[in-house]
Design a protein around this ligand. Structure first.
Ligand code: HEC
Length: 151
């Protein structure tokens, strides 16, 4: 039974990996679906990041369990918007230079994800000083990309 569950589990992981690897235009029927998807992911990122930023600046109580949960949710959310930047998915408030500078856009999202990983580690460790530093770095990486690529 346990082996069966393991097989089902690895099949599921393989199918999810295949899905994530599929080209974006195969995942979104229309460009406006991709725009809505990435805007929704960004909105959720802002909500969870906002809660962490409030703790970092002392405007909200430091509840370690909630901090951890918000950090983990943020880390997952920060993996989402990018599949909605495939060929032909221009629109919304995304500047078209994203499609002419794919390497820099990718670099900026990798910087974000690196700082969010540090934030998540600080949350797991319950280290408020490191959390503050990581919140600052994450906020700066949101802004760096918005300055370059958001209308
Ligand atoms: C690599 C680039 C990049 C990074 C990093 C990034 N964003 Fe964005 N963000 C964008 C772009 C581009 C848009 C415009 C999306 C669209 O309308 O197509 C956007 C839109 C948004 C929006 C508006 C969503 C809406 O409903 O229109 C919010 C809120 C937002 N981002 C929050 C964040 C936060 C918070 C972070 C950091 C935790 C972040 N973003 C990091 C590129 C980025």
């Amino acid at each position: 039974m346990r082996e069966f569950a393991a097989v089902i589990g690895s099949t599921l992981i393989l199918s999810l990996a295949a899905l994530a690897a599929a080209p974006a235009h195969a995942q979104f029927a229309r460009p406006q679906d991709a725009v809505k998807y990435r805007q929704s992911a960004m909105t959720l990122m802002a909500a969870h990041f906002g809660r962490l930023a409030a703790v970092a600046r002392g405007a909200a109580p430091n509840d370690p369990a909630q901090v951890k949960e918000n950090a983990h949710v943020l880390q997952m959310l920060a993996s989402l918007p990018w599949s909605a930047y495939g060929p032909g998915m221009q629109g919304g408030d995304s500047k078209s230079n994203i499609w002419s500078n794919p390497a820099d856009f990718k670099h900026k999202r990798e910087v974000l994800q690196t700082h969010i990983a540090a934030l998540s580690a600080a949350a797991d460790a319950g280290d408020i000083a490191k959390l503050r530093a990581a919140v600052g770095a994450v906020g700066a990486s949101c802004k760096a990309c918005h300055d370059a690529y958001r209308k």
